[in-house]
Design a protein around this ligand. Structure first.
Ligand SMILES: [Zn+2]
Length: 207
């Protein structure tokens, strides 16, 4: 366990595990935030730093969300949106409430923050899989290279020594391949964390 860079890797991995802002209708219900007329702020932080907040106002058949979001050009704008409720019947007679995604009207329990708060189909899955595919491909390449050298696939371990009989040039080529894949893996992860950092700064600069 260990090796140079392992600490760095673990740190970024931890920062990205719960990187999403999520509004869970069950949690809001328990907090009393869904009651008509109630107004409150839901905020999120990561590593002790605030990364977002939304004002939630209870309406008779939905909630009103007010928050700042970044447009495609990078400017911040105020979003004021109503998210309606959908009610499904339960065996106990009382209906169960769901959010109706403002974009696709799909019934959902959790709205995820991206540019806008939307269901996971509209927001999260696509983003998440793009991110994971790129990171996983880079990760697989790095492991494969290590396997070719007869070493352990664990990226935390030291790079395998040059096998007996392998040309130095070949070994160096594989080493460069592994380093490039590792670098790409890190850039995907760090790029993602960096985006939220920039968002924080922009938010602060605004009066
Ligand atoms: Zn949706």
């Amino acid at each position: 366990m260990g090796g140079p860079g392992s600490g760095r890797r673990q740190r970024y991995a931890r920062q990205t595990t719960d990187g999403h802002l999520a509004l869970d209708i069950a949690v809001l219900g328990r907090r009393g935030s869904l009651q008509p007329g109630r107004s409150g702020t839901v905020s999120w932080s990561r590593d002790g730093q605030p990364i977002g907040s939304v004002t939630v106002i209870g309406l008779p058949d939905g909630i009103r969300l007010s928050y700042r979001a970044r447009t495609g050009e990078g400017a911040w704008e105020v979003v004021d949106e109503v998210v309606g409720f959908l009610v499904s019947a339960t065996t106990f007679g009382s209906g169960r409430r769901w959010f109706a995604c403002p974009a696709c009207a799909r019934r959902c329990r959790i709205l995820y923050g991206g540019v806008r708060f939307r269901c996971r189909h509209c927001n999260r899955l696509r983003y998440e899989s793009q991110f994971e595919n790129r990171a996983q491909r880079a990760n697989r390449r790095a492991r494969k290279t290590r396997r070719r050298l007869g070493g352990t696939e664990c990226l935390m371990a030291e790079f395998p020594p040059r096998p007996r009989g392998m040309h130095l040039a070949t070994y160096q080529h594989l080493q460069a391949l592994e380093a490039a894949a590792d670098e790409q893996w890190a850039s995907v992860v760090i790029g993602r964390v960096g985006r939220s950092r920039r968002g924080r700064q922009s938010r602060r600069q605004k009066p």
